[in-house]
Design a binder for this molecule. Sequence first.
Ligand code: ADP
Ligand code: MG
Length: 716
Amino acid sequence: MLARYDRAMQSGPRRSATAARRTGIPPRAVTSERLDQPIRDVLPELGGGLATLVRLGIHTPRQALLYLPFRYDDFSDLRPLSDLNPGHKQSARVRVEDIRSEPGFGRRPPRTIAQLSDASGSAEAIWFGRRFIERRLRAGDEIVVSGKVAAQGWRMQFANPEFSPATRESVHTARVVPVYRLVSGVTLRRVRELLARVLDRCLPAVVDPLRPGERVGLVDLALAIRTAHFPDDMEDLQPALDRLAFDELLGLQLTLAQAAAARSHRRAPPIAVSVQTLAEILDALPFRLTADQSRSVAEVTADLAGDEPMRRLLQGDVGSGKTAVAAVALAVVCRGGWQGALMAPTEILARQHHDGLAPLLEALGVRAEFLAGSLPAADKRRIQRRLGRGEADVVVGTHAVISAGVTFQRLGLAVVDEQHRFGVAQRAALQAKAADLEPHMLALTATPIPRTLALTVYGDLTISTLRHSPPGRQPIRTELRDRSALPRIESFIADEAVAGRQTFVVVPLIAESDALTAASAEAEAERLRTALPDLTIDLVHGQQPATTREAAMQRFSGGVTDVLVATTVIEVGIDIPNAAVIVIEDADRFGLAQLHQLRGRVGRGPHRSFCILVSDAADDVARRRLEVVRGSSDGFAIAEADLELRGAGNVLGTRQSGLPPLRVASLFDPRHLELAGRARTLARSLVAADPTLTGRAELVREQRAFAPPDPTGDAA
Ligand code: ADP
Ligand code: MG
């Protein structure tokens, strides 16, 4: 595998064509443009593999090249069996002496055991689960096995090892091997083999989009891609991933720079508010603004009064009172004769916003409509008509707000809640709803982001911060426990249920796949149903249809359910005052900012509230990280500590942080933050010279391939 690419790199494309002819298949040369065409047209020889790639979300060769592993197993340590060292990942070239399968028994899973030998001695390999290994291996086979070695009594045993025929070089064994995210029904071996074939055919077509002066100190792109999939050595990995991180960050910065350039000549309606009107609006609120809220309101109203479109990010911890600031902004805009829109990522959140805002706005004579995809068509049409005619002042809703049927007469302000859940394209679509003037934009986020990071990620947004929450919130008692405490935690949950309180149980994200995460949520719900037979236990996860999920949320928020087992889909914004306990399992697997956000799901009512972080992690950094969350209720302090403690090598990347989904770059990695600064400078100069980047087709192609798909139906 990968032989053709390596040969091509050594001796140029001529030789590679000759090699192809020798094998009898004259594949059409893959050119750079073809990397973005449907993979089934470019590489028809993949046959049945094409369907597998589609299931992984891969539709073009370039997407395949950028389908990167999330970790690696270093199996390059090839040893004689007599020299195996327990506790390490190793490989051996062996003969299979005997192989047999045992069916499962009670709680014991089925397993397959092979006896292995080489000139130096013998060992064992064991596979758990129904993996049909015995169909692929027979006594007498010469193979290479790779895996983690454990001592079983006096014998050495490979647990769930990879294996391949000893006769040819393999992408699975005796080297550094990539581990990819999977979907159910697709095996790791299959993905590796397919990607190796795609790489072999397509790497020669990769043209480096950066000019030599732009990539000083960075690895060549094709080499970086090859290394990121199949590193010859762990040491090559970092420079390769840095190069890809740079390109990904450059794509993000190009998008931001282009958006800024496109906006620079656009004008917004200046919407000034008199001191008296503002006082009237503030009087209508059921509370007095905190100092932070007042300052943010002043910043927002100053922006609104100008003709430069406002682009402001209001960040504040859960419960810090962002909604009130948004409400004041919407009221100001409507009093000025303009319309406002508020868009939230899910129907529940949108409804919650609407229910919170509507009474407030109505007191001010502002009519707020609720719009979501689930409304009857006739209602939707009626609301659309009212917005188009200017009869409704504010619309609160999901992405239905930016659907094709919606027009505004005079859209002056668009508020976007939890903006990281919306793609850039969707925000742009909302802004395009305003005829010739661009609406002002206010984005709300509960992910506290250190300022340097915010600049890097959000470009030229200005930031308002609610650092201190309104008085009267219940402090949340946070405890750290190991898994052996689960039975005690369960009886605590039961006691709280008797007292009428509800509990969230959060199961961890499993890096390998969303399907596995969902499965572990289901298993946990089942376990709790057995452990707590008197309680009503429900479940939400990202693999459920949105309607199922929302129904479960409704039941929980209506008090029907005692315990809601959930993946991180409950992370954002949901307000259930009666929920007083949140249990977070394997808490060490989460980002600290995310733990803090999850914790914010409780303590929203008058009840004493608890957050129980369950973790068996023994290592020092993991404990210290959890201690940070236990000891602090300041989201910003937590985010900064996280940035410091995580540092490099954080395999889960930004997936859990609430930041834009970057695949390679980690904004928690100081080196990548530096690369981001460099990418920003380059992006600005490229866009200044050539706003449409017409002369840089390769860069644009790569930028598109890196861009995350825009979320569709709903944001799970
Ligand atoms: P966020 O959206 O930032 O999570 P909310 O705007 O939902 O926070 O506010 C959380 C709770 O605090 C709400 O119940 C809200 O009514 C209340 N609240 C907001 N501002 C104030 C204030 N200045 N004084 C008292 N309560 C407030
Ligand atoms: Mg809120």
